[in-house]
Design a protein around this ligand. Structure first.
Ligand code: SAM
Length: 468
């Protein structure tokens, strides 16, 4: 019988899908069930019906999988951040490796044997150097509150992470084990200070209020600790009082910045920024190089594991005979500098101006004289004029955002006369899509999954391509 939306059914979870959902089969139809583990037997309600699959929500865990462990965090079952705290880390990485294989086979149509055994992360918790919290006027109700017969008001000054799939509801966090505990202590302090001082959270519907995000960045190699308060309006007096209170209670903070995002978009990047305390950046280290990082510049969020990732990219780039390296989507120049001693010349391209400024500064600070960085959108910048001006590369590293590369960039890479291409990706699905096109011109020799994000379904991978 076809499963209708709303029907209740008993399911045995067989495996996991990308994004962490468990998969069960019912009358030959795949049913995706979040929050489950292979081996679980659950009573579930169908929440979505599509031609070839269903989605379901667990109503009752009838028999837990023997693989299950107690999550460390009290929010684990609700928070969308950690999908897999109920699985041992050894199991998590098996699933991630399999997901990369699946994408390589199903989307890139390549032999999954090119995927190597995953490189796991030594640190299972507290590995992040950045957390981006949000404020809102609606809190996510607990399961117990939802079940009550009476009306429960969800209006609140809520501070934490967005409830899964909800742009308007915030899960009020009082713990999180992905970043140093100082991170959620700061969150708690800012939430309480705002409530005491009648400072409003931003209301996404009415487009009013004040506090939008709190972004904490801490260095893993220095004592630098950045607090970035993202607000809807520019109110120097309010910010001065928050800054004073923060420094009185957390003297270890080395810099405080205020990004003012007065636009409807929900990003934590301001239209302009004020530095309220300290230098306005932190310094961290990957390999032998130190990096200056401003609030709005990208930096790998797992500093220690980034070195493992970069060493794979360095090996795949095969720069033993030097040559000209292009570092596409270069951020603050981390990969460029990590490779620069092997190359004759490195040219990076990046869209965020402050990241390019940081990259130039970082090259100078680290005594790297053969790297230069160009500001621009890859799809407009990486063209024939650019090649005529900057010369042809011998090797290209590309490390795009989660959305992957723009089709024009993929096409330019297909037409490029280059021996080696190294594709670093934080999304196996878009990487596989791009490899599908690139494989006509390049041999995909190997794909190395590297886990940068324990407890979550996210997985990084590095692919080595050589010209046909
Ligand atoms: C995944 S990060 C990689 C950064 C760097 N390779 C690293 O390891 O730190 C992707 C970078 O691409 C930049 N970016 C995003 N879209 C871009 C575009 N259209 N053109 C150029 N750079 C872009 C982002 O600002 C970010 O710095």
């Amino acid at each position: 019988m076809a499963l209708k939306k709303g029907s209740e059914v008993e399911l045995t979870i067989e495996s996991t899908a990308f994004k962490g959902k468990g998969i069960a089969k019912h009358d030959g139809i795949a049913v995706f069930v979040p929050g489950t583990a292979p081996g679980d037997i659950v009573k579930a309600r169908i929440t979505r019906k599509k031609k070839s699959f269903r989605e379901a929500k667990v109503l009752e865990l009838l028999k837990p999988s023997p693989q299950r462990i107690e999550p460390k965090c009290s929010h684990a079952n609700v928070c969308g951040g950690c999908t897999w705290q109920h699985l041992p880390y050894t199991e998590q990485i098996k699933h991630k490796e399999q997901h990369v294989r699946d994408h390589i086979e199903r989307i890139a149509h390549l032999d999954p044997e090119v995927v190597k055994p995953i490189l796991g992360c030594d640190q299972e918790f507290y590995y992040r150097n950045k957390m981006e919290y949000s404020f809102g006027t609606k809190r996510w109700l607990t399961e117990e509150e939802i079940q009550r017969d009476e009306y429960v008001d969800d209006s609140a000054f809520a501070a934490g992470l967005h409830a899964p799939g909800r742009f308007d509801k915030i899960l009020n966090l009082n713990e999180c084990h992905l970043q140093d505990p100082i991170s959620y202590q700061l969150l708690d302090f800012v939430r309480n200070s705002c409530i005491q001082n009648n400072i409003a959270a931003f209301d996404t519907y009415k487009k009013e209020g004040f506090m939008r995000h709190l972004v904490i960045r801490n260095s893993h190699f220095t004592d630098d600790l950045m607090v970035n308060l993202v607000t809807f309006r520019d109110e120097p007096d309010t910010m001065e009082s928050i800054k004073t209170a923060l420094l009185e209670n957390f003297p270890q903070i080395t810099t405080i910045v205020n990004n003012v995002n007065d636009q409807p978009n929900p990003t934590a990047v301001g239209r302009f920024e004020h530095v309220l305390h300290g230098p306005g950046y932190i310094v961290d280290q990957i390999g032998n190089h130190s990096f200056k990082i401003h609030a709005n510049a990208f930096f790998q969020t797992n500093t220690r594991q980034a070195e493992k990732l970069y060493s794979v990219a360095r090996e795949y780039a095969e720069l033993d005979n030097g040559g000209h390296l292009f570092d596409l989507y270069c951020g603050v120049g981390t990969l460029s500098l990590y490779m620069a001693d092997k190359a004759d010349k490195v040219t990076g391209i990046e869209i965020v101006d402050v990241a390019v400024e940081n990259a130039n500064f970082n090259a100078q600070e680290n005594g790297v004289e053969n790297a230069e960085f160009v500001l621009g959108d890859m799809k407009d910048t990486f063209n024939d004029d650019f090649l005529a001006q900057n010369g042809q590369p011998d090797c290209v590293i590309t490390d795009p955002p989660r959305s992957g590369m723009h089709p024009d960039v993929v096409e330019q890479l297909c037409n490029l006369d280059v021996d080696r291409l190294v594709y670093v990706s934080c999304n196996p699905s878009t990487m596989a899509r791009d490899l599908e096109k690139l494989k006509e011109f390049y041999v995909v020799e190997s794909v190395q999954p590297v886990d940068m994000f324990p407890q979550t379904y996210h997985i990084e991978a590095v692919a080595k391509l050589t010209r046909r």
